[in-house]
Design a protein around this ligand. Structure first.
Ligand code: UT7
Length: 415
């Protein structure tokens, strides 16, 4: 797959069909229409319970509300408590998105969780979400592209749909950055917040949905924004803990310069590739890091600032969750209408950056009747029951077989 895709799809290489079964599936889903589009049919968000204001932070580190607001635009953020985690927030956001789309978890083919704060190195947070939601027919994986993660996720998810491989894909951006922030470092701890946002992408033969995407990276700038320890290079040790190397390290000014350089050009690229002009765009949804970065992009693009969605005053920088959360907010405020063209643009650690142009569809939140709620609760109960019985089965299997493999599958003995 190239990292640059353009409609009309007639110009795209034909989808590769692995076998006849896949071809059958495609035919059943799309009939005689060879062109398929990935539409956003559901969206949802989730926030932790606990609110942390700038004044709260001013009691923790040497900072002021005035400094934070004037340098970043942030007024408050939400932080996870011990019971909340990246997986619980991701599950909640995804469940809200599925619910509003009226789609059952069993219909989901693929779950992509973009996150820089996964629950564990493995298993993937996406697998935990799969289990919690009861998406019994879905593949699941995590994607790490820091704050650009949602743009990468939506690009991959839409390509899976357009290739014919999948029909329904959940793309989630979820973070608990509060867990990797050094709460004594005033230069970073005031910036970040926790939260999650999710999209349900679904195949359609109606033109629209994700139109073009553009992804880029520059690893030479990786040190500008990183968590140095805990991976294969620097394993956890007394020294890494003492030196706070498991927390976010950032050269703020360098990231600032990089962001203002790449944002405008990424927006222009996806608009050009779609054969549109900036005047055709109703809304720009940027990664929420700093209002000054957003203002600079607006100025460079000569787009009025009121066409940009800004939510960082309420949520801070929630990394890969910031764009889907901003879209949920904009929709609730009535700022997004059917057929509107939106550009989503992100940048972050890696360094990575990218943009996606999408045409909003006609999906509206499904009415939540008592019957819907009962169904949802029944589904939740059933997926917990299914997960629990699978665990019990595994325990029984272990008790019966011990550590040996089933007969006929014994590994060869080595001397
Ligand atoms: O998702 C991507 C992640 N990161 C970003 O997008 C960050 C991009 N960068 C930024 O948004 C800005 O660079 C910051 C908001 C991080 C910093 O703003 P700045 O205008 O670049 O400030 P600065 O780093 O140049 O620091 C200016 C002064 C320094 O004091 P001196 O050296 O001038 O005496 C800092 O020590 O502000 C001081 N400072 C603070 N003062 C009060 C730094 N943090 C704080 C603070 N409260 N929280």
């Amino acid at each position: 797959m190239t990292n640059s895709e353009t409609l009309p799809t007639a110009q795209m290489p034909p989808a590769r069909i692995a076998d006849n079964k896949a071809a059958e599936k495609q035919k059943a889903a799309f009939g005689s229409h060879p062109t398929r589009y990935a539409h956003v049919v559901g969206w949802g968000m989730a926030l932790p319970q606990k609110l942390l204001t700038n004044s709260d932070l001013a009691r923790m580190v040497d900072t002021t509300d005035e400094w934070i607001v004037s340098r970043t635009g942030i007024r408050q953020r939400y932080v996870a408590d011990e019971k909340e985690s990246t997986a619980t927030l991701a599950t909640q956001a995804a469940s809200n998105a599925l619910e509003m789309a009226g789609i059952a978890p069993s219909e989901v083919d693929l779950i992509i969780v973009a996150t820089a704060t996964p629950e564990h190195l493995f298993p993937a947070t996406a697998c935990l979400v799969q289990d919690a939601l009861g998406c019994e027919n879905a593949g699941a994986f995590d994607l790490l592209a820091a704050c650009t993660g949602f743009i990468y996720g939506i690009t991959l998810g839409s390509q899976m749909i357009r290739s014919g491989a999948n029909k329904t894909v959940l793309v989630i951006g979820a973070e608990t950055l509060s867990r990797i922030v050094n709460w004594e470092d005033r230069a970073t701890c005031v910036l970040f917040g926790d939260g999650a946002g999710a999209f349900v992408l679904q195949a359609s033969d109606q033109p629209g949905g994700v139109l073009t995407s553009f992804l880029r990276s520059d690893g030479s700038g990786g040190e500008a924004l990183s968590v140095p320890a805990g991976g294969s290079k620097l394993k956890t040790s007394y020294d890494t803990l003492r030196d706070n190397l498991h927390a976010i390290q950032m050269n703020g000014r360098e990231v600032f310069r990089f962001a203002t350089r790449v944002m405008a050009s990424a927006v222009k690229t996806v608009v050009d590739e779609a054969g549109l002009t900036l005047d055709d765009i109703q809304l720009v949804v940027p990664h929420q890091a700093n209002t000054r970065i957003i203002e600079s992009a607006a100025e460079k693009l000569k787009i009025p600032e009121n066409k940009f969605v800004v939510t960082l005053d309420k949520y801070g920088n929630t990394s890969s969750a910031s764009i889907p959360i901003a879209i949920c907010e904009a929709f609730t405020q009535g700022r997004i209408k059917p057929k509107d063209k939106l550009v989503l643009v992100g940048f972050g650690g890696g360094l990575t950056w990218g943009a996606t142009l999408l045409e909003w569809g006609t999906a509206t939140p499904k009415e939540q009747t008592r019957w819907n709620k009962t169904q949802r609760n029944a589904r939740k109960f059933l997926s917990r029951l299914r997960s629990f019985s699978k665990r019990i089965l595994r325990m029984l299997e272990s008790a019966i077989w011990g550590r040996s493999a089933p007969s006929g599958e014994q590994p060869p003995r080595t001397k």
